[in-house]
Design a protein around this ligand. Sequence first.
Ligand code: NAD
Length: 317
Amino acid sequence: MAIKPRKVAIVGTGLVGSSCAFSLVNQGVCEEVLMIDLNEEKALGEAMDLTHAVEYLPKRTKIYQGGYDQCGDADVVIITAGAPPKIGQSRIDTLDISAKICNSIVEPIMKSGFDGFFIIVSNPVDIITYHVWKISGLPRNKVMGTGTSVDSARLKTMISEYLDVDPRSVQGYAMGEHGDAQMIPWSHVYVGGKPFLKIMEENPDTYGKLNLDEIEYRVSQEGWAVFNRKGGSTYYGISSAAVGIIKSILFDEHSIIPVSAILDGEYGEYNVASGVPAIINAEGVKDILEINMTEQEKSKFKKANESLRGYIARLGH
Ligand code: NAD
């Protein structure tokens, strides 16, 4: 019996898509990477460049340019095709174009016989995740967005810098929209198992002086802080987050990652995809964690979802 090579297809081989490919190949996450882009020459160039890296990597990966008809045996398709916001635009400003692009992508992928997992990165990611779920007809555990995974990494980085600890020793989530309406349930931020709020209380002259509203705002805006400095995109953080999700699926890791998941009653929410901590394994979104938020946190999370539902309705869902 031959073992099937693990295959990841990337649609959109621009800055984010090619960074996802580089991260996949460097970490040896799969045996095949299929690169698809409207601009076939660009996809081919990226595939060639990445192939030239293999000689110096611990594991061989086959990387090639191709089309949607080759997605039938893919385990995962990452969607990063889109038109990133121009300076001064918001993520929401790119909704109509992203939705239109996804219409042209998802149909031929489903026609190829694809029955794997969609990971959506294209913005506005929560709304596009819901859109792809609807038009693909796949069950909700098989479609997820990167959501607030990168925002949560930014939150952990900030806390780790205040306390001078490894960000991986900080637990906590940004939740809701990957955008302005995101929120942080501070009652669930821990450092090495100790509540961050308790650490603040015990250190009134130092950490106790931190302004949580200000940190929450900075976390939500940190993508723009990178975007503006780099002149138009963020890609290393987000591609690492996307590949972290893929690793958890392909290696059945059961990692808890804040992804944009389709909610069907969790947190009392329906008809929305929103950033929530979820157990990610070989089934995709295996389970959504419902953390106990304070009334104030619940109300912020609800507000974020209401706003997302408004945009989802605009797409006719
Ligand atoms: P980019 O312009 O570098 O790349 C986009 C690629 O998509 C281009 O190569 C383009 O040819 C391709 N494309 C466009 N229309 C297509 C179609 N119909 N079919 C196939 N390919 C198509 O942009 P980028 O910086 O890589 O950003 C891509 C997307 O990812 C944007 O929507 C951006 O907002 C989003 N993004 C999301 C996050 C996040 O946290 N979720 C972070 C960064 C970027």
